[in-house]
Every structure is written in structure tokens, then in C-alpha cells.
Write a protein that binds this ligand. Sequence first.
Ligand code: COA
Length: 345
Amino acid sequence: MEGNAAVLCGLGAWVPPRVVSNKELTTALDTSDEWIRSRTGIEQRYLVDKGMATSDLAVEAGKRAIESAGSPPIGAVVLATTSPDRLCPGTAPEVATRLGLVDVPAFDIAAACGGFMYGLTVASSLVSTGLSGHILLIGAEAFSTMVNPQDRSTAVLFGDGAGAVVLRGGEPGEPGEIGPFDLGSDGGKADLLAVPAGGSRQRFVAATGQGLADARPPEYFLHMDGPEIFRNAVKRMTSSSRKVLDQIGWTPDEVDALAAHQANLRIVSAVGERLGIPQEQWLTNADRVGNTLTASIPILLAASAAKDLLRPSDRVVLTAFGAGLTWGSAAMTWPQITPRIDVIP
Ligand code: COA
């Protein structure tokens, strides 16, 4: 009989086939491989080609997570994304249908790079209250479509991809249990990282050309105050992780793995150092994928488990931060699980 804990039982990830190196970016942008590596740690990213949308990535990752879980009946689909296929309707219902999940509840969560942690909290609540037997949570992004290809301060940072988990109800204390959680937001700093136009505030106006690749004016692309975002990311992921460590009663040296949102390897280092978690325990793959927003943590978990860097009963801290501002963290013990992932970034 199922208890009231939420337990991780399936894990999958998928990245689009096109790999773009730093060097390739230098052909169109005034930047260098050296600058990108030294400021961010990123060496390459995977990007969607024209015609490939977030739902396409989400379906691939979702399919793999369900297989990894042993193909149980799925009772609900939650999709965390910052780059939905369209403004309306949400993307999750289409993803559910394409996965053959008929009539199940399916909805999107919009909390930018914090979105996977928000989704994990909501999905865990749904299974631990018994509302859904097994629930599929996907983080998927084709965010390169929202970044100005001519803006070197943002175009080098982001990558596309998707990761997914399946959660089930379980017994408190069993390996794979997720929690406690911490979530937070600060809307007063929304302008630090935003796509200003295209919603109900700054409405759509006819494109004017301006030499952009797809003739969108700059306000329809991401704007970012990099150094302020850096400072807030370090501060919020550190304090949020501390809260879950305090709640669960683990000391930093008892943590086997820190799975922090992979925006920038310097941010991961700063968070790990402030928390006092030894460097050997920091999981990283921003060098291979860049910042994949809501997909960052599930891709990192799937890749790390596939490399045997996550083992059953490991004590894991998950933490993320993003536009909004939003942030969130959770503790979990690692289950016996075989991720499904074709390319391991
Ligand atoms: N190539 C070469 N030079 C670049 C560049 C690029 N791709 N992007 C910016 N620069 C230049 C800037 O124009 C600036 O030049 P200036 O000193 O002549 O004005 C210089 O590099 C330094 O810029 P700065 O923004 O101070 O660098 P930084 O050390 O803060 O690093 C980021 C920039 C973006 C890497 C860093 O601020 C960061 O990672 N911020 C967080 C971003 C993030 O994680 N966003 C998502 C959050 S979920």
C-alpha cells in the first residue's frame, strides 16, 4: 500500500541533435571561445533546428522517463517550460496526447529556470495526497528561439533540451523520497531577466525589420542584467539550500551530490563553496549543454546517474534559480534507478 511520500521512480533526458561549439558562435558574434569558457565554463550547447519545438523535446524526454519507470499508467503530466510552443493553450496537453496519455490532467508551469523545482514540488504534492498514482514531470526548453542571436551577452549562454522524471507515492524514508522543499520569489526584480514584449502589458506590434534574423524587434527577445542575476542566483540558491539542509538535518559534508541549476559553472562553484559542500560532490554539465532552464536539473540528474555519479541512497540537494525571480530547492535520497538517455551530456 502506498504511503504519503513522493518517490522518484523514472528518469529520462533528450537533447536535439545539433551541437554548437563556442567556436561556431564566433562566426556570427563578436565573442571568443576563451571569453565564454572563462566567464561561464560553457564549451558547447545543443540547439533546435527550425521546425523543432519544445513539445518535440518534451515528448522524447517524457517517453524515456516513462520507460525508465517500467511503463506504469501515468495519472497526470506537468510541464515546466519558459518557451511553450504557443502563448495559448499550454503545451502539456499536447505532450500528454502525443505520449498516448488520454484524458489525464496536464498543465504547464511557468517559473523560468526555477520551474523544475516548482514542478517537482507540485508533482510531489499530487502524488503524496494520492491525487495521481504516477505523475510525469518534464522540464523542456527550445529557449534559443527567444534569445536574440545578435546579442553576445545572452546568445552564448543558453542551450535547448528536455529532462523528465516519474514520481509515485511511497513510504516515508524509502530511497527516492523527495523533500523537504523550499520555494521563493521576488517579483520586484522581474526586469533583471525578462522578455519584455509579446504579452498583455507590452503588446504585439508589427515587426519593423531592423536587420534581425527573423525581423523581431529587440524587446521580443531576452534582456538580462548578467552581474545582478549572478549575485542573486548565488544568494538565493545558497539560502534556499541551507533551509532544506536545516529541515532534513544534514550537514554539508553529509551531502553526496549537489545538483544545482547549470546556468554557469562559476555560479555552481560559488553556491557549493558557500554551502561548504566539497567540490567532488558538485554535479556539473553546463560545459556540455549550457543553461537549459527548466531542463537543466533533470538533464543533469539523468547524465550524472548514467555516469554512475549518483548511487542508491546518496543524499542529494537540488537547487535552482531563475527569472521572476524564482528559486527552489529540495533534498532527496537517490533510488535504484536506470535513466534512459541516448546522448550523455
Ligand atoms: N563575448 C565577449 N565579451 C562579452 C560577451 C561575450 N559573449 N558578453 C559580454 N561581454 C563583455 C561585456 O560587454 C563587458 O564588456 P565591457 O567591460 O567592455 O563593458 C565584459 O564582457 C564584461 O561583462 P560582464 O557582464 O561584467 O561580465 P561577467 O563577468 O559578469 O560575465 C555573465 C557575464 C553573463 C557570464 C555573468 O554575468 C553571468 O553568468 N550572469 C548570470 C547569467 C545567468 O545565469 N542567467 C540565467 C540565470 S537562470
